[in-house]
Design a protein. Structure first.
Lengths: 276, 292, 120
């Protein structure tokens, strides 16, 4: 089973849900932090680091002895990663999406591919949970590439919970693809509802089954609930607005650890998810 | 022209509520919502759209089924798993492009021997110029699975400047995107000042550090406001000290206040209500001295 | 010698555009002919990324030897240097003003990029 925890806007409790769900899963589970621009799942977990691996993508390298300065590569490249001036092609590695097109269009075979670093993946373990955390290098914009690599490391047979980046853009779609189920976390406020509708649109466009977790129930009003009722969306879990949760979160502590009365909520969520 | 950009590092810290209040408190502002991924400012200001423009960026591949011979050359060159196959008749199939996976590199377009692949511009969203009770507002919306919000952010900013010039307004209040990526850089470069709204949590602290490295790098005067400071006074103090030590000025603290959500539900900025935190936000506005 | 100016208009009195890659257009002044020629930069205004790289290549293909603009990012600067185009940064308001300053030797060729590689 592959679950994605997502939200239209940031700060709704996406990471809180992913981490608490993993922690209360009971049997071995894999947790993937796909918010590679701002990974902070590990702040809540500690644990033992097992492995850190560098992630690279293939980028072009020009053999100047073979390059005749025809400029085919730079005319082809949609990302301006190749330029051709003064009779030779040059590469801007940070712009390259690794499509491989330039080496295919080069008529003299002057372009080969070399590996270039975009980030790291850190594997750690705490209890029965294995955490795989993608960390994009500052300045790299290749989040989707890193997320794809991260997802390729998921072991089959063990459930995986993917903590998505916020929003509805490319990295979110990359995270969601191939999911068995998407959990959308929201708050019962006008901002929360508006951003939920965007996330629902994205999830539907991808044709994925999904349900909603309402966090901080008690603030705001029932507009999120009426929206879900009208749209026939299941509300999987409600987490009450409890200042003690916010305080525990501020210290980097898990709700299910310090407020045992909430552990049952997440056990219930697991049962709900396993019905699918 | 003066531009104040409200950003947050971490999402959900109350950035938009603060930006809305500052816009209300300022004299003749232009408002710009640069949080194009999850734009919410319009829920506070109920803008009446004056002009609407489409936002295009890059291209996407589209296979014309009637011309596709099913040779599979496109599938062989695509590195983004964006080419799928459909059966058209028993033993016969053609290919199609999954637009949510296509990165618009054009390799398939170039190598299709039948010339069956079109490469139109990719529609990535919209941006609008509107009127609100506070002043003109420029805002945008990025489509699902769209990339390049950084360019939409700069479009909105330059449009806000144009509107301000045309209307003889001197101040632009910008609700920036969360995070530290391209859209954030696009929203802060060249701005007069940045206000970072954060909260006293470990993740707030963690993300504030990253966002302050960014504003220091671009040499933009940076202020920090602690939202919900009383959730953890200890971390508040620590974060304020760290922020001050790395060159930020402290703009003030905002108390944990259900009135913030209350204002949101009524489509009002916090300072347009009698919520206790309205006082805190007004004080932050005074401390910034943005229009002084 | 050909000197390129970034501009938002099409005449020597037009404002100097402070942006390079996403400038509205270029006015290229030919010292031999004492004449200006205007070039649009339209295709780059909507470039996904790397507008500066593209604009620099275009100037190189026009045979330009000097560029007068507001700011120039690092990637564009690399391409311009490789093409042997010198970069002069100025805050002057108009193309003609910048041309005068250039002729009077008041502008100094930049040794490196003077802005970050993002959409200013």
């Amino acid at each position: 089973m592959r679950l994605v925890v997502a939200s239209g806007k940031g700060g709704t409790g996406k990471t809180t849900v992913a981490v608490n769900l993993a922690k209360s899963w009971g049997s071995p589970v894999q947790l993937l932090d796909c918010d590679v621009e701002a990974p902070n799942t590990r702040l809540f977990l500690g644990g033992t680091m097992l492995e850190s691996q560098v992630v690279t993508i293939s980028v072009p390298e020009v053999n100047e002895a073979l390059c005749n300065g025809c400029g085919e590569c730079s005319r082809f490249c949609e990302y301006s990663a190749m330029a051709c001036v003064a009779g030779k092609a040059m590469v801007f590695v940070s712009m390259c999406h690794s499509c491989g097109g330039c080496s295919l269009v080069c008529p003299t075979g002057a372009i080969s591919e070399v590996e270039s670093r975009i980030g790291t993946i850190v594997t750690s373990s705490f209890g029965k949970t294995t955490l795989l955390e993608g960390i994009l290098d500052v300045g790299s914009t290749m989040a989707p590439q890193l997320i794809r690599r991260l997802k390729s490391l998921v072991k089959s047979g063990v459930p995986a919970i993917l903590d998505s980046p916020p929003g509805t853009s490319c990295p979110v779609v990359t995270t969601m693809k191939g999911a068995d189920f998407v959990i959308l976390v929201t708050e019962p406020t006008p901002f929360g509802l508006h951003d939920l509708t965007l996330a629902v649109a994205t999830t539907r466009e991808l044709g994925l089954p999904f349900g909603v977790v309402v966090n901080r129930l008690g603030i705001g009003d029932d507009r999120v609930h009426s929206y879900c009722a009208t749209e026939h969306i299941q509300v999987l879990l409600e987490i009450p607005d409890d200042r003690r949760i916010a305080e525990a979160y501020s210290r980097g502590e898990l709700m299910v650890d310090v407020l045992p009365e909430y552990a049952g909520l997440f056990a219930g969520l697991r049962r709900e998810l396993e019905k699918r | 022209m003066r531009e104040l950009v409200v950003i947050s590092g971490k999402g959900g810290t109350g950035k938009t509520s603060v930006a809305a209040s500052l816009a209300v408190l300022s004299d003749r502002p232009v408002i710009a919502d640069c949080d194009v991924d999850a734009a919410d400012l319009h829920l506070v200001f109920q803008p009446v759209v004056r002009e609407r423009s489409e936002f295009y960026s890059g291209h996407r591949a589209v296979i014309r089924r009637n011309i596709c011979t099913g040779c599979g050359a496109c599938r062989n060159v695509c590195r983004f798993d964006a080419v799928g196959m459909v059966d058209t008749a028993p033993g016969d199939s053609v290919y199609f492009i999954d637009s949510t996976a296509c990165e618009g590199c054009g390799a398939c377009v170039r190598f299709c021997p039948a010339g069956a692949i079109d490469f139109p511009e990719r529609h990535c969203g919209q941006w609008m110029v509107s009127d609100t009770r506070v002043g003109p507002m420029v805002h945008g919306r990025l489509g699902t699975a769209a990339e390049n919000s950084g360019r939409l952010v700069s479009l909105i900013r330059s449009e806000a400047r144009r509107v301000a010039n045309a209307d003889d307004r001197r101040s632009i209040i910008i609700d920036g995107p969360p995070g530290i990526g391209c859209p954030v850089i696009a929203s802060v470069t060249g701005a007069t000042m940045v206000l970072v709204v954060t909260e006293p949590t470990l993740s707030g602290e963690h993300d504030l550090k990253r966002v302050m490295e960014l504003t220091a790098h671009f040499q933009i005067p940076t202020w920090v406001a602690m939202n919900k400071w009383d959730i953890n006074p200890e971390i508040t103090l620590r974060v304020e000290r760290e922020a001050a030590a790395s060159g930020a000025k402290l703009a003030g603290r905002i108390r944990y206040d259900p009135g913030v959500t209350e204002a949101q539900m009524n489509g009002r900025a916090v300072v347009e209500t009698d919520a206790p935190s309205a006082y805190d936000m007004a004080k932050i506005w005074d401390n910034l001295g943005f229009q002084a | 010698m050909k000197i390129a100016f970034t501009t938002t208009g099409d005449s020597p009195d037009s404002p100097l555009d402070p942006r390079f890659g996403r400038a509205t257009g270029f006015l290229v002044y030919d010292t031999d002919k004492d004449a200006f020629e205007a070039f649009s930069n339209n295709q780059n205004l909507n470039a996904v990324q790397g507008a500066g790289i593209q604009a620099a290549q275009n100037l190189a293909s026009l045979g330009v030897e000097a560029l007068v603009t507001g700011h120039c990012g690092p990637k564009a600067f690399t391409v311009l240097s490789r093409a042997g185009i010198k970069v002069y940064n100025t805050g002057l308001a108009t193309v003609s003003g910048a041309l005068n300053a250039f002729r009077n030797g008041e502008l100094t060729a930049a040794e490196s990029a003077d802005s970050e590689s993002h959409w200013v």
